[in-house]
Ligand binder design. Structure first.
Ligand SMILES: [Zn+2]
Length: 366
């Protein structure tokens, strides 16, 4: 085995190592560091925090932001891209003197450390950025399918029944409609998957504080938030949470070409979502700030496998035993569907991610 290859040196083995590597690389690059710790701890009692690293002038005109890990276990890819950016990509980016770079490591550090996509409150943080409870959206399809989506048992017989119900729903209403029901977000079932929460989560408040305090008055902001788990294996998509007639969508298309797709318009691997971080960040920006926020999403396995892994993980949290044999298998599978144990996939992420960040940089500085 070779001692180091490009991919392995950037992808961390766990949250704590990823955090250490991020801070060390940021320090070596002489970045200004900041930390927003959570009250919770990681599996080895380690501190959990949203960390920031800033490079650039005190009052930048333009700012490139790269964030990772809003979906916990998806944080490996984002952490790797941030490490690659800090250790290898900076000279090539050649940011102009009036342009800053802000990296935010682990928006959901609890989920990253504990190997879950949700946070410490079983909340999908990327469904949490709305007014609670005024903006909670009803999801009657989800209510109807609740038992099938969140079974209390995973034995063969009940699985036949529950998966049969999901299949029947897809046949009657279409696979896209089922995806909407399952993943757009729900605010009625705290123990179910895709729960958007009932109040602002701590990481939500921390991220909005960062948006208020760390953007340093920049009048143009381009923000790339890194995700994994949707789309063809290793292939990136730049998901726009703007409709196609929005100027930010037009910018993303101009910079990233066909890879930029609007979830709202139905052209993305993702359906339209409620309570996304884009809306929370925008609310903190001054009215005259031009912001372009996107999710860089990297595909892994087929959506059915990914969904079943999330569903089993939620079952484990509420009905299973974390340390059992079955528990370990479920946790391994969740990790695999969001961070495949495959060097070729990692190489594709580093290459595709570097390209997206270069395009974002060019768009910002054009
Ligand atoms: Zn995600």
């Amino acid at each position: 085995m070779s001692q180091s290859n490009g991919a392995d040196e950037h992808f961390p083995p766990d949250y704590a190592s990823g955090r250490r590597a991020f801070l060390a690389a940021a320090e070596a690059a002489r970045a200004v560091l900041g930390a927003h710790p959570l009250a919770e701890r990681g599996p080895d009692e380690e501190e959990l925090a949203l960390d920031t690293a800033y490079l650039g002038p005190e009052a930048p005109a333009r700012l490139l932001v790269v964030s990772s890990g809003i979906h916990g276990v998806e944080g490996y890819a984002g952490s790797a891209l941030q490490h690659q950016l800090l250790t290898q990509q900076l000279p090539g980016l050649a940011l102009p003197v009036d342009t800053g770079l802000l990296l935010i490591h682990a928006l959901n550090p609890w989920g990253f450390a504990w190997g879950r996509r949700v946070n410490e409150g079983n909340v999908d943080l990327n469904r949490n950025f709305l007014r609670h409870p005024e903006d909670h959206v009803a999801n009657p399809g989800y209510d109807e399918l609740y038992e099938a989506v969140n079974p209390s048992r995973l034995d063969e017989e009940s699985e036949r029944l529950h998966r049969g119900r999901l299949l029947a729903y897809a046949q009657e209403h279409g696979a896209r409609r089922l995806q909407e029901v399952l993943s757009s977000g729900q605010y009625a079932h705290p123990a179910g998957v895709q729960f958007g929460g009932q109040r602002e989560e701590a990481s939500n408040r921390a991220l909005r504080a960062i948006a208020r305090e760390e953007l340093r008055g920049a009048s143009r902001v381009v923000w790339v938030d890194v995700h994994t788990g949707l789309g063809p294996y290793g292939v990136p998509e730049v998901i726009s949470e703007y409709p196609t007639d929005h100027p930010a969508y037009a910018r993303l298309r101009a910079w990233h070409g066909e890879a930029a797709r609007s979830s709202v318009a139905g052209e993305s691997v993702s359906v339209a979502l409620h309570g996304v971080m884009e809306r929370g960040v925008e609310a903190e920006l001054p009215a005259d700030c031009e912001s372009t926020i996107s999710a860089a999403e990297f595909g892994t396995y087929d959506p059915g496998r990914v969904f079943l892994a999330m569903r089993a993980d939620n079952w484990l949290r509420h009905h299973g035993e974390h340390e059992s044999e079955a528990g370990r298998e479920i946790r391994d599978e969740l990790l695999e569907v969001f961070r495949p144990d495959d060097r070729e996939w990692r190489r594709q992420i580093l290459e595709g991610g570097a390209r997206i960040l270069r395009e974002a940089r060019d768009g910002l500085c054009a």
